[in-house]
Design a protein around this ligand. Sequence first.
Ligand code: FAD
Length: 313
Amino acid sequence: MFAALPKAAFSVLAGSSTLKSLASKYGMRSTNSFARRFIAGEQVDEAIEAAREVERQGLMVTLDLLGESVASHEEAHAATFAYIAVMEAIERAGVGRNISLKLTQLGLDIDQATCVDNLRRIVDIAAKSDFFVRIDMENSPYTDRTLDTFETLWGIGYRQAGVVIQSYLKRSTADIKRVNALGARIRLVKGAYRESAAVAFQQKAEVDAAFIEQMKLLLTEGTYPAIATHDPVMIDATTSFAKANGIANDRYEFQMLYGIRRDLQASLAGDGHPFRVYVPFGREWFPYFMRRLGERPANVGFVVGSILKDKSK
Ligand SMILES: Cc1cc2nc3c(=O)[nH]c(=O)nc-3n(C[C@H](O)[C@H](O)[C@H](O)COP(=O)(O)OP(=O)(O)OC[C@H]3O[C@@H](n4cnc5c(N)ncnc54)[C@H](O)[C@@H]3O)c2cc1C
């Protein structure tokens, strides 16, 4: 019944404050609550525990302190220092030094200079302490500004950062060539936001075809790309292309999101492919959670079941 819900419906619901406060009440309240399927917890300690568990299975991690679309200098500043505290906690815990962040969390909606200043605070620490910082890609109004900010950083000389390119955007092959020319690292994803037909492919077959074309471009011309998908067809296309072209497993990595297709995560890592799990955490989990429901509306059934179980306790 839920499978028929369009991605657009989840995008609208993600803006509902009533739904957000309801979800916040039930989503994390016990160890079995529904949001924990996709989110490691609200606190950094919980994320580190999840990261340790992932690493025990021989996989790598990237930690994402959830947050986006901050509207004031104070919030952007607070988010920056919260990230720095997370980096310190990662160092103390000795888990993988790799983080993912969103530029609207650091003030991209306020102005680009504020965002660059905040990002530099983070990449300065990354350079000193050997972290890698992945800049997630948000919806298309931010694509140019995200790539421009990244190029500014690269131009200053920061090398421990990379970006994300979304296959569903019609512009993406050109963007890959632009980032490849720098020698920077790209994470390739299909794209998680609701976008118009003017800028993005609307059919799964078109997005998949673009993903395969771009994967090939990245494996042949890119710098240690990350192929981030749960789609077995995309994964098979990647391993077959790499094999046919003599590209060794250690020239690229696979990535998946925490809680999704754990079976595939284990089998790919078992086959000797470098494999990273994206571990999201933090109090601002609602928009991220709604995007995961939008990707697979059948997840709503699972959420409703968990709420009913939780309420009956
Ligand atoms: C590490 C990582 C980082 C990402 N970063 C970004 C980013 O910065 N910007 C961005 O726009 N998007 C990002 N995404 C999300 C991405 O764009 C897709 O929305 C998401 O990965 C689903 O697409 P898919 O490639 O798995 O293929 P799909 O064709 O959507 O799914 C293939 C199969 O994967 C499984 N699956 C997919 N999604 C789910 C789900 N939510 N729940 C349960 N099963 C599921 C199902 O079995 C499905 O049949 C990221 C994804 C990953 C893995």
